[in-house]
Design a protein. Structure first.
Length: 345
């Protein structure tokens, strides 16, 4: 896997290739030794969720206000399967992610008929429907009390230790991140970028624009489901908060904070927000949303590219590092119009 990643970065400065890879792996493996392990696992979950959301917003140009539906649906599905079937948590999380993807298909087909804020409102409406179903179907979801007692089952491994569970969850997150990165740099990812930048031209070239949007929407929901399932197992319960609109808003803030369309910026945004919330809660400060909202406003006003986007911009200016070195997808310049009549000399 490491050889594959390094090969994909051939042609870039060696210090960029190996530096980013080494720093990322060291941070991932050392995180539970510097933070409370459940908080470190939360960072993993939210990081994968933010990357999944950035696939949709940054690379497909679709703003969703309803991604909590997929995070929360997987959390409940994972919990129910783990409680009633006794399957290993890997299988339960995978089933939860599949449930999120299945839910995304009809929402996607209905939503992609609209664009911009209308698409966002459609996704928000469906997410609120999921919230009210989870609230009313208390016999299955536990209602306001939530779904409690989700086990951490894995044959031969004691996952009650938070350190052990972190390293059990880490491969799932790394595979999810690798999948997102590979999608962006694949022919499919280039088609998605073309659909985002000029859907009329993509349609003229024979691509089914709506179908490609539904596919990337479903992939984003699946990866969001992986994150939501891991989050539920990490905490041992799933609550209405997982499907509430504030969860959708939180992942938007993380993505914008890190930098839209950067993938790796989403990791930074998730880490900053989760760590900040934990620190403020430990300090006894109740208005966490006030602080995160203030940071969001400052970043939007002063750092339009987000934190990671600003770093990559400075790297390009100082060292000539390309946007692909740092994971940032740059939109192509619009084509100049060709005159319909030949220009006289």
């Amino acid at each position: 896997m490491i050889r594959f990643i390094v090969t994909r970065l051939e042609g870039h400065p060696a210090w960029v290739r190996w530096g980013l890879l080494a720093a990322g792996l060291l941070l991932a493996f050392g995180l539970p030794w510097t933070l409370y392990p459940p908080v470190a696992t939360d960072i993993l979950c939210w990081a994968l969720f933010a990357v999944a959301f950035d696939l949709l917003l940054g690379h497909a140009g679709l703003l969703s206000f309803g991604h909590a539906a997929f995070w929360g649906t997987s959390a409940y599905a994972t919990g129910l399967i783990a409680i009633h079937s006794g399957l290993p948590f890997y299988a339960a999380v995978l089933c939860g992610a599949v449930a999120a993807a299945v839910l995304a298909v009809p929402i996607g087909f209905l939503g992609v008929r609209r664009s911009g804020i209308y698409f966002a409102m459609v996704t928000l409406a469906f997410a609120q429907m999921v919230y009210f179903i989870a609230n009313q179907w208390s016999g299955l979801t536990g209602g306001e009390n939530g779904l409690q007692g989700i086990p951490r089952a894995l044959p031969g491994v004691d996952l009650s230790d938070s350190f052990v569970f972190y390293y059990a969850a880490l491969p799932v997150v790394l595979l999810g991140l690798l999948a997102a990165w590979r999608i962006v740099h694949s022919p499919f990812g280039r088609v998605i970028a073309a659909v985002r930048d000029n859907p009329a031209r993509a349609r003229a070239l024979g691509y089914s624009v709506d179908l490609y949007k539904v596919v990337i929407f479903t992939i984003s929901a699946f990866l969001s489901g992986l994150a939501g399932g891991l989050y539920a197992v990490n905490h041992g319960f799933a609550s209405l908060q997982e499907v509430y609109w504030t969860t959708s808003g939180k992942v938007v803030v993380m993505t914008v904070l890190g930098g839209i369309g950067t993938l790796w910026g989403s990791l930074i945004g998730a880490g900053v927000i989760v760590r900040l919330e934990d620190w403020l809660a430990t300090a006894g400060f109740d208005e966490v949303g006030l602080v995160t909202g203030g940071i969001f406003i400052v970043v939007v006003m002063l750092f339009r590219r987000g934190l990671w986007g600003t770093v990559t911009h400075l790297l390009r200016r100082r060292f000539g590092v390309s946007s692909e070195d740092t994971g940032e997808k740059r939109r192509p310049e619009p084509d100049r119009e060709t005159p319909s009549q030949p220009v006289a000399p």
